[in-house]
Design a protein around this ligand. Structure first.
Ligand code: FRU
Length: 515
């Protein structure tokens, strides 16, 4: 193990014990357990030998890792995909009483395969509640003889004339989402495609499509199409965008205003026009480290919960940890809400509220402050507790200040730390990790991210989750999310809140730890 990196292992985010991981795969809730399969190299801590690792959780915070679920072999790597519960036994892999769990994954064929050079969709199934998996002998079930056809997400679609399975996948290099339908998960029929649109400079990967009621109104259902892009995301490198629209069982029709930038604008690279166009797209996360977000299937009560890979392909293979490398974001429950007349996603981290019936995490209050003023002054917050994550909730009236800053993992002389600022003039949240600690392992790691934020009645609302190597910021009830990795090196780090250039009113400030 690399000396000293065990302290970076997160308290409430999933990492593999001693190997590499990337995308979350096959997210499914079944029989009281959340299953997280994931892109995994069972033999090392850089990308390669892609297989599906496996972990389960009851509360989405604490995970148990299991043996590799679907392993690569000499003919194929097992790329990203999804899992469905085949309740009607449409595939015949289970029985009507004991439905099979069916994985739809991408076979990335190797030279030894007769399908060499192509990516196609294949099935594996489990009849023991997801613990062991068998590949279907009829694989692949869907090929386009394409080198970049991957990342199938399958869901049950209930149409006016009956139900069927729908697959969304990508032609990655053509920036296209492709839609297929099936009755039995084995034979698939092409429906339509969507794209390129909006952020289309890089490859399109890991799509998802699901309906949600806007502000809980069952009469106002919108469909959310998630498209992950690499590179070309708003903070650089890989990231997730989404479109809002309607799915009619065959086609995705984006709402007016959902397709912001004319196709191709983002391909202009770093130009000012391209950067402005990217700001107009809808981003799941404005930080550097949230990619390949997809949602769970089969969650009760119509809840929609997503998890992303907390990393960026710009530097993923070089993160300074060992023997494990990289982690997932927190699980985030998503809703739609109307913002200036348009439906927009909001995300809330799943912390304590979903834990009924599961093992309850122990949240401990560290601080609960009422209203106070900060005027060109700083207020010290409780220190991080080794082994725990910290959750900071704040409601702030920035008033006449120029900026309000949270300094996390700050050195006592103030020279080091991660700075989360609200800048009153630009109305932006800015996450600056240039002095966060170890940034030197890759030239693209030291960075500053920003996101536009609309205050409500002048109030800035923040929920900040700080784990041992990450900061996740949920602003304005989750309308704006920023996720960044950090690798702090300061010995006795402090946390501070300050206001500069005027007076800010702190309406609410709580800090708690979660183990
Ligand atoms: C996204 C991705 C997917 C692919 C997988 C391979 O991060 O490139 O498109 O299926 O990773 O590990």
């Amino acid at each position: 193990a690399q000396a000293g990196t065990s302290r970076f292992r997160p308290a409430i985010h999933f990492t593999a014990r001693d190997t590499w991981l990337n995308d979350p795969n096959g997210l499914v809730f079944y029989d009281g357990l959340y299953h997280l399969f994931f892109q995994n190299n069972p033999y090392g801590n850089v990308w390669g030998n892609m297989s599906w690792g496996h972990a389960t959780s009851r509360d989405l915070l604490h995970w148990t890792e299991h043996p590799v679920a679907i392993a690569c072999d000499e003919t194929e790597d097992i790329f990203s995909g999804s899992v469905v519960v085949d309740h009607g036994n449409t595939s015949g892999f289970g029985t009507a009483d004991a439905p099979a769990l069916v994985a739809i994954y991408t076979s990335a064929y190797k030279a030894a395969s007769e399908h060499s050079g192509t990516q196609a969709q294949s099935l594996a199934y489990s009849t023991d509640a997801g613990m062991t998996w068998r590949k279907y002998e009829g694989n692949p079930v869907l090929t386009r003889n394409s080198a970049n056809f991957r990342d199938p997400k399958v869901f049950r679609y209930q149409g006016a004339y009956g139900a069927c399975w729908v697959m969304v996948a990508v032609e990655a290099q053509h920036q296209k989402v492709v839609f297929y339908r099936s009755d039995d998960l084995k034979s698939w029929e092409f429906l339509s495609d969507f794209g390129p649109a909006n952020a289309d400079a890089g490859e399109w990967e890991c799509p998802d499509l699901f309906p949600l009621a806007v502000d809980g109104d069952p009469g106002n259902i919108k469909w959310v199409l998630i498209v992950n892009v690499n590179p070309g995301a708003v903070a650089g490198g890989s990231g997730g965008q989404y479109f809002i629209g309607h799915f009619d069982g065959a086609r995705f029709l984006p709402d007016e205003g959902s397709v912001a930038a004319p196709a191709g604008v983002s391909a202009l690279g770093d130009s000012v026009a391209a950067a402005a166009a990217l700001q107009e797209c809808l981003w799941l996360d404005w930080g550097r480290d949230c990619y390949a977000s997809v949602s769970f299937s089969n969650v009760p009560d119509g809840r929609r919960i997503i998890i992303g890979w907390m990393n960026n392909w710009d530097y993923a293979n070089e993160l300074p940890t060992a023997p494990w490398r990289s982690s997932m974001t927190l699980a985030r429950e998503v809703h739609l809400t109307a913002v200036n007349g348009s439906a927009r996603l909001v995300q809330q981290p799943v912390l304590a509220d979903l834990c009924a019936g599961g093992q309850l995490p122990t949240a401990q209050d560290q601080m609960n402050a009422g209203t106070f003023e900060l005027r060109n002054s700083a207020h010290q917050l409780p220190d991080a507790v080794p082994g725990s994550a910290q959750i900071i909730e704040a409601e702030i009236l920035p008033g006449s200040t120029e900026r309000v800053d949270f300094r996390l993992f700050r050195s006592s002389d103030g020279s080091k730390g991660t700075i989360l600022s609200y800048n009153t003039t630009s109305a932006q949240l800015i996450l600056d990790r240039r002095q966060s600690g170890n940034t030197g392992f890759h030239g693209k790691f030291a960075s500053v991210e920003s996101a536009p934020v609309d205050l409500e009645n002048g109030v800035l609302k923040l929920l900040i989750v700080v784990d041992h190597c990450s900061v996740e910021v949920f602003a304005q009830g989750g309308k704006v999310v920023l996720t960044d990795l950090i690798f702090p090196e300061t010995e006795n780090p402090e946390n501070w809140l300050s206001a500069e250039g005027g007076s800010a009113t702190i309406l609410k400030l709580t800090v708690s730890t979660l183990t």
